[in-house]
Write a protein that binds this ligand. Structure first.
Ligand SMILES: *Cc1c(COP(=O)(O)O)cnc(C)c1O
Length: 397
């Protein structure tokens, strides 16, 4: 078996693509001017940012004035949720609805607001990893300020019924935010048609650099300033703009959204082969709905092994992947996402996430399917838990 190097952790981050890098390079040296400066070098960059804002907006069917550049997904989530909470608290709306399996940028922001007098409803998700629109509707109260439900889950890749949830929120006059960080380039997003009021995105998940993102805020909604200072981003997020990052983001989102159906058509059969191949191993379970999931996401629990041992072994074989458990996230608890599906700790601990992009090939699939069964056999042979389960003839999944 010839060793291959396979990066299968796109949900964690992606490399800056050549096209994006080329778009950015002139803005480091030749076009270095401060967009707020009055001379040509400044005004050119002001125009470049205006143009980039329009390009990002066009990819979401938003208006340019509705796009605010930020430092990434976490910042956008924080601004959206705390901003709306701050505004609507004055109208005695102190209730927020979200789901139990959001990204921590949303969950920890909600927990922060709970300490400041807000009440938060954390909706459960189905065993398949889907939020029910009916649950959202049932949770809405007269004092609900905001509903925040992610577009696609970063661990299990499930795609939420965002248009349905958007319609329900609009019907009840409640604002709706979605963390779409994982969805950009994988799902067709139309903020108008889908009744989305606020949307977070992050460049480094689709081949722009780390540290640049955006928040879409529907016209008519005015968020409090995030950073006080100069007049950048309509005076709401002060500080000299990250011009190269902004230019890279615009290019990256255009490339990511230009042919989503082709990407889905290419990746789905590869994903399904991986799922079917890994599920041939005894005592394994697919996490998240099989159909309503990102074309480049596989998340499978493998009973009797520890996620981090698996990742280290896979790394040895050149496969870079992720797991929802323990050391990888710097904590000893299994992932809140996997637990939210109702998995017991033992099963959640042995999970593997493979997330891949357009460069993924059939050869990659074949190699991964050759390596994983061998690695699982070796780890299970050393696992006291597997030994006990086998002796007692007990099945966990
Ligand atoms: C990566 C990610 C974020 C955080 O984005 P950063 O740009 O790294 O701050 C937020 N939400 C989801 C769903 C993500 O996958």
């Amino acid at each position: 078996m010839e060793k291959r190097y396979i990066y299968a952790d796109h949900a964690a981050t992606t490399a800056v693509s050549d096209e994006v890098l080329q778009e950015m390079l002139p803005y480091f040296q030749e076009h270095f001017g401060n967009p707020s400066s009055i001379y040509a070098k400044g005004r050119e960059n002001e125009r470049a940012i205006l143009d980039a804002r329009a390009r990002v907006a066009a990819c979401l069917n938003a208006d340019p004035k509705e796009i605010f550049f930020t430092g990434g997904g976490s910042e956008s989530d924080n601004w959206a949720i705390k901003g709306i909470a701050d505004k609507l608290e004055q109208k005695d709306k102190k209730h927020i609805i979200t789901s139990v399996f959001e990204h921590h940028a949303v969950l920890h922001t909600c927990e922060f607001l709970e300490k400041h007098g807000f009440e938060v409803t954390y909706l459960p998700v189905s065993p398949a990893g889907l939020v029910s629109p009916a649950d959202v509707e049932a949770a809405i109260r007269p004092d609900t300020a905001l509903v925040s439900i992610m577009y696609a889950n970063n661990e299990i890749g499930t795609i939420q019924p965002i248009p349905e949830i958007g319609a329900i929120c609009r019907k009840h006059g409640v604002l709706f935010h979605t963390d779409a960080v994982q969805a950009i380039g994988n799902v067709k997003i139309d903020v108008k048609a889908q009744n989305i009021d606020l949307l977070s995105l992050s460049g480094h998940k689709f081949h722009a650099p780390k540290g640049i993102g955006a928040l879409y805020v529907r016209k008519g909604i005015s968020l409090p300033n995030l950073i006080h200072g100069g007049g950048q981003e309509s005076g709401k997020r002060a500080g000299t703009e990250n011009v190269p990052g902004i230019m890279g983001l615009a290019k990256a989102i255009e490339l990511a959204t230009e042919n989503i159906p082709a990407k889905i058509a290419k990746l789905t059969p590869l994903r399904n082969q991986l799922i079917d191949g890994i599920l041939k191993i005894d005592q394994t379970k697919l996490n998240g709905d099989r159909e309503k999931r990102l074309a480049g996401n596989v998340n499978i629990s493998i009973v009797g092994i520890e996620g981090e041992s698996l990742l280290l072994m896979l790394d040895h074989y050149g496969i870079q992947a992720s797991s929802g458990s323990a050391c990888t996230s710097g904590s000893l608890d299994p992932s809140h996402v996997l637990l939210s599906l109702g998995l017991v700790h033992e099963v959640a601990h042995g999970s593997l996430r493979l997330s891949f992009g357009e460069e993924f090939t059939q050869e990659d699939v074949d190699y991964i399917l050759e390596v994983i069964p061998q690695v699982v056999d070796r780890l299970r042979a050393m696992s006291p838990m597997w030994e006990t389960l086998t002796k007692e003839n007990r099945k966990l999944v």
